[in-house]
Design a protein around this ligand. Sequence first.
Ligand SMILES: Nc1ncnc2c1ncn2[C@@H]1O[C@H](COP(=O)(O)OP(=O)(O)O)[C@@H](O)[C@H]1O
Ligand SMILES: [Mg+2]
Length: 594
Amino acid sequence: MPPDTHKPRRPLLSSNSLWRMKSYLRPYVTRLIIIWLTAIAGIATVIAFPLIIERVIDGPVHHGDAGGLLPLGLLAIGVGALEALLILFRRYMQVRPVLGLETALRDDLYEHLQRLPMGFHGDWQSGQLLSRATTDLSTIRRFLGFGMLFLVMNVLQVGAVTVLLLNKYWPLGLLVLASVVPIVWTSLRFEKRYIRISRQVQDEQGDLATLVEESAIGIRTIKAFGRRHHVYDRYDDAARKVYASSMDKVRLSAKFFSFLEIIPNITLALVVLLGALAVGEGALTLGALVAFTTLMLQLVWPVASLGYLLAMAQEAMTSADRLMEVMDTVPAIEGGTGTIEEPRGHLRFEGVGFRFADSEEPVLRDVWLEVRPGETVAIVGATGAGKTTLTALVPRLIDPTSGRVTIDGHDVRDLDLKTLRSVVATAFEEPTLFSMSVRENLMLGRLDATEEELAQAIQTAQAMFVYDLPWGLDTRIGEQGLSLSGGQRQRLALARAVLSKPRVLVLDDTLSALDAETEALVEEALRHVLREATGIVVAHRASTVLLADKVALLRDGTITHVGQHRELLAQVPEYRELLAQDADFDDASEGALR
Ligand SMILES: Nc1ncnc2c1ncn2[C@@H]1O[C@H](COP(=O)(O)OP(=O)(O)O)[C@@H](O)[C@H]1O
Ligand SMILES: [Mg+2]
C-alpha cells in the first residue's frame, strides 16, 4: 500500500513528475507560443493604459487644450479594446490544449491501469485510484493550462511595473516595493499551509470514495448482516473529516484574502499623501501621480496571487507525483514478442513455483504437469491448495516466481500478449461482467464473432436465459452483473470463454454456482468444446472430474498425483476424501468404475 502522508514531500517548485508531463503539451507547441505572445501583448496594453492617462492629464487637461484630447482619447479606447480582444483570443486558444492535455493524460492513465498486474489492483484502494484519475488530473490541468501562464505573466508584470515606478519617482517607488514584502511573505506562508491542507483534503476524498465504492459493491453483504448503520456511521465519519478539512481550507483562504485588502489600501493612502506633497514641490507632475497610483494598484493582484499560484503549482506537483506513482508502477506483465504460427495448445508446467510478494511461504512449488493438445486435466485439491493460483499462471494474470509455463514449447512470458490472449481463454468462479450489454460482454474475447457462434456459445454454457431478458442480448447488465444470479454470471463467463474459440481453455470452478441439473447440461455441451481444445478444469465435483481425461491432485502447493479418476480413487485416500464431500460422488464414481 503506497503511504499517503499529508506532508508535502518535496521543497517548493521542484518536481520531476510535472516536468515529465511536458510531452503532453508537445502537439500544441504553436498554439502555446501564440498564447504566450498574446499574454505578453496583453500585459503591455495593461501597462500602457495608465501611461496614456498621464499624457492626457499632463498634456491637454493641464493646458486646457481640448483639441489634443481627441487623439489621446482614441488611443486609450484603442488600447482598451485591444486588451479585451487579446484576452478573448488567448482564452479561445487555450481551450484546446487544456482539454487535450487532460484527455491524453486520462487515456494514458487508464491504459496503464489496464496493463498493471493483478497484484497492483489488490494493493491499491480503488478510491485512491479514482481520486487520482479525477481530482489530481484536473489539478494538473488547471496548473498547466492556466496557473503556469499566470505565474510567469505575473512575475513579468510585477517586474515591469516596479521598474516603471522606480523610474517615475524613486522614493515612492521604494515605498511601494517595501509594501510588497509583507504581501509576499504572508502569501508564501499561506501557500505552505494551503498545500498541506489541500493534500489532506485530497487524501480524505480518496478515502471517502473508497468507502462509497465498497458499500455499493458490497451492498448485499451489508444488508444481509444488517450493518447499514455501521456502514453509514463510517461514511459519516469520513464525510465529516472531509468537511472539517475543507472548512479549514476555506477559513485559511478567507483570512489571507482579507489581509490582502489591508496592506495595499494603507500603501495607497501613504502614496497619495506623499505624492500630493511631491506634486506640490514640483518633483512629480499630477499626471505622473495618477499614473503612479494606477500602476501601483495594478501590482496588488499579481503580487498577491503569486502565493496562490505557487500553491497551485505545488498542488499540481503533488498531483503529478501521485499520478506518476501509479504510472511508474511497472507493469509486471509485459508481453514478449513471440507468436505461434499454428497454435496446437500443448501446455506444460515445468517446475513452476509461485510465492506472493508479501508472504514467506510459496503457494506453489515445483509443479510439473503436461496437458497435450485436445487433452483435459481436472485439478482437484482442498480449499487454499493453490488451484486458482495455478490456473492464473496460464493467461499470465500472474507470473511464476520459478520455473516456467509453456505453450507449444514457448514460455508464455515470451509470447506477445495478443497471441497469448487469443490462444488462452479463462472463466473464473467469480466472473466480472461489465456494465454493457450481454452481447458486448460475451464478445470481449472475440469482437468478430458471428450471431451463430454467439448462439452456439450461449447454448454450450446453458445461458439461454439471456433471451428472456427485457432486451435480449442487448440488455445492459449492471456493474458486476449485480442484477444476475451467481450461476447466471458464471454461465455468461463460460459462454464468453467458449466464444473466443481458444486452443487452451481454463475453467476455475466456473460451474460451482450451478444446480446439478444445469451443470449436467453444461458439462454435456462442454465435452464437445473440450474435445477441440486443451483444457484445465478446476473441479470439486466428481461429475466435473469426469469431463477430464486425467486428474491432477494438488496438495500443499504441489502436484502429488496425476492419473485416471478411477486410479486415484482406488489408490489415493485423500482424493477419495476430497470428492466424498460431493453428494453425487457415488453415482459418478460408479459411472467411472463401470
Ligand atoms: N493475493 C494474495 N496474497 C497472498 N496470498 C494469497 C493471495 N491470494 C491467495 N493467497 C493464498 O494462496 C493460497 C492458494 O490460494 P488459491 O490459489 O486461491 O487456492 P484455491 O483456489 O485452491 O482455493 C491460499 O493459502 C491463499 O491464502
Ligand atoms: Mg480457487
